[in-house]
Design a protein around this ligand. Structure first.
Ligand SMILES: Cc1ncc(COP(=O)(O)O)c(C=O)c1O
Length: 406
């Protein structure tokens, strides 16, 4: 039976009891990467202590065991994400690689004058690969803007679709604004207009389960390290009809049907896109993270995250000169802000002296920074294991910044 006790979940994450410079660690950089529960750390240790072998290649016991564990990881994720079939779930290095794999695969399908609809809130990972694809093919990019509160301007976004639109790519949750886009509605609309849809789920999964059957996009991608799992592993979920038409992203071992000096034929997905030895331990750690997350009551966890966000926003905006970027209703627990009196790097450095870890800079969203007319921002991002003491330490540290610069 899933449950949620903020103190108990915190104890599941060993790193959270660390001190930084004699002060308790206050980890508010969850948008960049999340911490790992003991269960995931132990699963990795168990794998390397007991099961380590290469997969799909050996007839020996350990290789069979490692292959089974890797295949079981895929099956578990397929089940939890509600993916139609295992071959539609490809293990990749992360969100960035997944999107590059898709843009590479679509290069032959796009023609000069074809159109790709993006939004101005995209992370560079869901921006630059499309820009490169457009440069290669002569396709044209369209960028939908925002409302004042950081919501996507859906009317404008819809107005970009026409008979030349081939692709729509958009984020599920903005890593800066926290805006949660209505991805099922957007997917239905874009597909209804004949466009292929890619959804960047990197910032969605950390805040609870995502039902991919309900969203029904052509591609959905995310990174393991943002969802309490190891880095170097991520997931591309793709509709089979597209995956089987796309050329391999990399070639080599494990992805071939038959190789001869005359030529090579390739296997179908997922092997087609998993050339070479994959991140076996990463996939196993990712599955373990999902098992851990099964035990979380997400309604309660989300209410907790929202309470932290509301508390932090209320206290932060009492400081003169603070501008919060993004106030969409129901936004995820991401608090990006600009402080008129100090550069974000100075803000981050002073917070660090208090043991408070936040992210500062452009958050790999420079087009969004330009759009918001800020050079950079500071960002505190909360996970379910944060607590109100973290918020108070953050605000105390911001008051210190104010004393220096205000
Ligand atoms: C919305 C979004 N998309 C994509 C990425 C890229 O993820 P990765 O660096 O794991 O490939 C990030 C990382 O911050 C992100 O926040």
């Amino acid at each position: 039976m899933p449950s949620f006790d903020p103190a108990a979940v915190r104890a599941d994450f060993p790193i959270l009891s660390r001190e930084i410079g004699g002060k308790p660690l206050v980890y508010l950089d969850n948008g960049a990467t999340t911490q790992k529960p003991r269960r995931v750390i132990e699963a990795l240790s168990r794998f390397f202590s007991h099961e380590n072998a290469n997969i799909h290649r050996g007839v020996h016991y350990l290789s069979r065991e490692a292959t089974d564990a890797y295949d079981a990881a895929r099956a578990l994720l397929k089940d939890r994400l509600r993916v139609a079939a295992s071959h539609e779930l490809v293990f990749v290095r992360g969100t960035t690689e997944a999107i590059n794999l898709v843009t590479h695969g679509l290069a032959m399908r796009l023609r000069e004058g074809d159109e790709i609809v993006l939004t101005i809130m995209e992370h560079h990972a869901n921006f630059v690969p499309w820009q490169v694809l457009a440069q290669k093919t002569g396709a044209v990019l369209r960028f939908a803007g925002l409302r004042d509160n950081g919501e996507l301007d859906l009317e404008e976004w819809k107005s970009f679709f026409n008979s030349r639109t081939r692709v729509a790519a958009f984020t599920h949750v903005s890593n800066v604004l926290g805006t949660i886009n209505p991805v099922a509605e957007m997917t239905a609309f874009a597909r209804g207009q004949g466009a292929l849809v890619l959804v960047d789920g990197a910032q969605a999964l950390p805040h609870g389960p995502v039902d991919l059957a309900a969203i029904d996009a052509d591609f959905y991608v995310f990174s393991g390290h943002k969802v309490y799992a190891p880095d170097g592993v991520g997931v591309l979920v793709g509709r089979r009809e597209w995956l089987d038409q796309m050329p391999p992203y990399q070639t080599g071992g494990d992805m071939i049907e038959r190789v001869s000096v005359a030529g090579t034929t390739y296997r179908h997905s997922p092997e087609r896109f998993e050339a070479g030895t994959p991140n076996i331990s990463g996939a196993i750690g990712l599955a373990e993270a999902f098992r851990y997350l099964d035990g979380i009551d997400w309604e309660a966890a989300n209410a907790h995250e929202h309470a932290l966000l509301a508390h932090a926003t209320e206290e932060l905006t009492k400081i003169e000169g603070i501008r919060v970027c993004g106030s969409a209703p129901g936004k995820a627990s991401v608090l990006a802000y600009h402080y008129a009196s100090a550069h974000p790097h100075d803000v981050g450095t002073i917070l660090d002296t208090e043991g408070v870890a936040i992210r500062v800079g452009h958050h790999c969203a420079q087009p969004l920074m330009d759009y918001l007319n800020v050079p950079a921002t500071a960002r505190a991002s909360f996970a379910f294991y944060n607590n109100h003491d973290d918020v108070e330490a953050f605000i105390r540290a911001m008051r210190k910044v104010e004393r220096f610069f205000g």
